[in-house]
Write a protein of this length. Structure first.
Length: 480
């Protein structure tokens, strides 16, 4: 080998990398911009926020929409087939509209559908560059850098990664130059419940919890940045730490965590979602009466009012046990706001089963409920069960239950007119930016004639009128 050839071999990788970087920079003015569209639950929203924060920290900018973005990511949901189909159609449309005029745009799927389908997504949509599973969100910046610099072609990573539950901790708290008052904190990943209708244990893996010091540290940082209210997130949030932290003085790991967060100075409110009825032991019920920062609000999924259907679902509780939890909570907090999840049209559900669901809804009088028409998910036991309910029956039951829930919710709202209630002001009303909005401790939205200076304040307002899902406060008693 001659000296010139040896020199060329030594320097060629460096020159190639330099040309890749130059090509990368020529493709984009400054650092590339990214747009993330999120489907599904609050945990997906939190994951998207963490990915966005990681990318911003690397120098990326956030695009207002896919039309101006250099990177387009869809964070997907697999809980229902409809959510998957929406994400697939969205990607097909975005690719078709973008590829011809902007060939350098990078497309990616993140989250639950990415975890479930993996390389199948690239086989179906060859223009997709990145498929990132639920334990790999923290790798997004690394992989996008490689794809944009053409060091990699396609990336599919859905492997299990130890300690991934501790990687979702970055936050974007400044939107349009305005500080966020509330924040979500992920305390665990995965689920061990294996409800027969649910794909989550297969897309999120087994339960893995962060440590209390890690979570408290993240919460402290948020409070220092102006956050007043924190919502703790987990697939089954009340299962936090079951494998890692033994009960202490009769308190579960989750209640121990609540107590630790409650001690943070400057924090005003604590919420959590989504729990499981089996997590409502005496220690948690008692915590509602003992911890002032734990708000009078509980979202407790019931799914069905029929014991027969609950057993088919593998939910692990009965109707009577669920009603007992609600009774004990309301004994401790009479003004507790209660919301839930329902599934209608589960395989084998007959009219009598559904009537039991309606009667439970009447008995509990939920303030709000999220109602889902059963959707078969592949590789779940319910998808193979006999007695699959026709779509038109699901639609009918959905409408009947929704009508009942809305009637009860409207009546609850009207009963609050004339009362004085405390709200935490979160910012401008989404529907009318000229007004401000806040949330009561029992999770009711209140709109009022305020100003930006009220953001982050706890205010006492008199409720002057009620809409279908919104309350309106009297500005006459604003505490300026």
């Amino acid at each position: 080998m001659g000296e010139g050839e040896a020199c060329w071999r030594r320097w060629r990788p460096i020159l190639d990398f330099g040309l890749q970087v130059l090509d990368f920079r020529l493709c984009f003015v400054g650092m590339p911009s990214v747009y993330i569209k999120t489907y599904g639950c609050q945990m997906n929203e939190r994951d998207s926020e963490a990915v966005a924060a990681q990318l911003v920290a690397k120098g990326y900018t956030l695009a207002a929409g896919e039309a101006t973005a250099d990177v387009i990511l869809l964070n997907t949901c697999s809980v229902r087939d409809l959510a998957e189909q929406k994400a697939l159609r969205k990607m097909e449309n975005v690719v078709a509209e973008t590829r011809r005029s902007r060939p350098n745009v990078v497309f990616g799927f993140l989250g639950c559908m990415a975890q479930s389908r993996g390389r199948e997504l690239i086989d179906r949509l060859p223009d997709v560059d990145l498929v990132l599973g639920t334990q790999k969100f923290h790798r997004a910046a690394e992989y996008l850098d490689d794809i944009l610099a053409r060091r990699r072609d396609k990336v599919v990573d859905i492997a299990v990664e130890e300690k991934s539950e501790a990687t979702i901790r970055e936050h974007l708290l400044d939107g349009n130059g305005q500080k966020s008052v509330t924040a979500f904190v992920s305390i665990m990943q995965g689920c061990n419940q294996y409800c027969t209708f649910c794909i989550v244990p297969y897309t999120r893996g087994e339960e893995r919890s962060r440590t209390i010091p890690e979570i408290v540290s993240e919460c402290r940082e948020l409070i220092e940045r102006g956050v007043k209210e924190i919502t703790l997130l987990g697939q089954i949030v009340t299962s936090y730490g079951k494998r890692d932290l033994p009960p202490k003085e009769g308190k579960s790991a989750f209640v121990q965590l609540l107590e630790a967060i409650h001690e943070i100075e400057g924090l005003e409110r604590i919420r959590f979602t989504s729990p499981h009825p089996k997590g409502y032991g005496d220690d948690l019920v008692e915590a509602y009466g003992r911890l002032p920062k734990l708000v009078e609000s509980a979202h407790i999924p019931v799914q069905s009012g029929s014991d027969r259907v609950l057993k088919l679902m593998h939910r692990g509780y009965t109707r009577a046990r669920y009603l007992g939890i609600i009774e004990r909570l309301r004994r401790v907090k009479p003004n507790l706001g209660v919301s839930t999840d329902f599934i209608v049209g589960f395989p084998g559900e007959n009219e009598e089963d559904f009537e039991q669901t309606l009667s439970l809804a009447r008995e509990v009088e939920f303030d709000q409920a999220f109602i889902f028409k059963y959707s078969p998910r592949r590789d779940t036991p319910a998808a193979e069960m006999p007695g699959q309910v026709p779509q038109e029956v699901k639609e009918d039951r959905n409408q009947r239950l929704l009508q009942l829930i809305n009637e009860v919710g409207r009546r609850h709202h009207e009963q609050l007119v004339g009362r004085q209630m405390q709200i935490l002001v979160e910012g401008q009303s989404k529907r009318n930016p000229a007004r401000m909005m806040g949330r009561t401790r029992c999770n009711k939205i209140v709109v009022f004639e305020g100003a930006e200076r009220h953001r982050g304040q706890l205010l006492e307002l008199k409720i002057s009128r009620a809409g279908a899902f919104t309350l309106y406060g009297d500005p006459a008693i604003l505490n300026d």
